[in-house]
Design a protein around this ligand. Structure first.
Ligand code: SF4
Ligand code: SF4
Ligand code: SF4
Length: 266
């Protein structure tokens, strides 16, 4: 089918990985309307249909998970029950109605409140760029079992967080450790064992015109603390977000620190 120059130029703005599909769809619709040539009018009409369809799909929030549940060997915690509860909290927060009253114009996917959970610090679901990111983590602790000096923990640690002195485990650098638990699996002598296990919480990540990585609350949190943190963040978000502003745009570092302090006391 023929395309006019301006129609060709307009469709070039469509991301390359869906461009072919979009072209096919526009041609089908032009043919159905009895047209021999695709003009800018057909492209614009398709754009309008897409935007109208998108608004119907927007549900106010989105929860993304990693593939840990599919049997990933790196998985630290089964976050399935937490995911269910998070979805419930988000559904009850009335986010779609909130967005409809605070955003002018049609709602788009980027207006939605986003939460991502990852079952280990590899963070495949990209929690760092979501409003709330939750990462399963496990801190190693040193026991009184004698270290054999095998060095397996240091080999397993990608962060160089294991400190060996004269071949023996001397400590773990908490400033480097991401709590992946790999050194624990590697230690056959039991010198390293699982310490605190829970979730890291990251707040305020986003992409778009002004991207930013989320800020991490210090510490690890249990299932109930994660839910409480989410409820508290949703409260602040609904109180202060207008015009589709994301959590990272309305919370400053001090407020994030206050939340962490509140969770530690609870
Ligand atoms: S985040 Fe970790 S557990 Fe989840 S899929 Fe990635 S590597 Fe596996
Ligand atoms: S938990 Fe992971 S990052 Fe931390 S010391 Fe062990 S292997 Fe290194
Ligand atoms: S893996 Fe265990 S036994 Fe081997 S060096 Fe590390 S702490 Fe010591």
């Amino acid at each position: 089918m023929e395309w006019t120059k301006d129609a060709e130029a307009a469709v070039r703005n469509v991301p390359f990985f869906v461009r072919k599909k979009v072209r096919r769809r526009i041609e089908q619709q032009a043919k159905a309307a009895g047209k021999q040539t695709v003009t800018l009018a057909e492209v614009r009409a398709a754009q309008q249909r897409f935007l109208a369809g998108m608004e119907k799909e927007v549900k106010g929030f989105r929860v993304e998970t990693c593939f840990g549940a599919g049997g990933c060997p790196n998985r630290i915690l089964d976050s399935g029950p937490l995911v269910e509860q998070i979805e419930k909290v988000l559904a009850e927060a009335g986010l779609l109605a909130f967005l409809r009253t605070t955003v002018s114009g049609p709602l788009k996917f980027h207006h939605e409140f986003r939460v991502a959970l990852a079952d280990c610090p590899n963070a495949c679901s990209q929690p760092q760029i979501k409003d709330v990111g939750i990462i399963a983590a496990c801190r190693p602790v040193k026991t009184s079992e004698p270290c054999t000096g095998c060095g397996a923990c240091a080999d397993a640690c990608q962060e160089n967080a294991i400190v060996l002195e004269d071949g023996q485990l001397a400590g773990i650098r908490n400033d480097l450790c991401v709590a992946c638990g790999k050194c624990i699996e590697a230690c056959d002598s039991g010198t390293l064992r699982q310490g605190k296990t829970g979730y890291r919480i990251q707040v305020g990540g986003k992409l778009g015109r002004h991207p930013r990585l989320a800020t991490e609350l210090p510490g690890l949190y249990d299932h109930h603390q994660v839910v409480r943190a989410l409820e508290s963040l949703l409260k602040s978000y609904k109180k202060r977000s207008r015009g589709g502003r994301r959590l990272g745009e309305i919370l400053d570092r001090r407020q994030i620190e206050d939340l962490a302090a509140e969770l530690r006391k609870a």
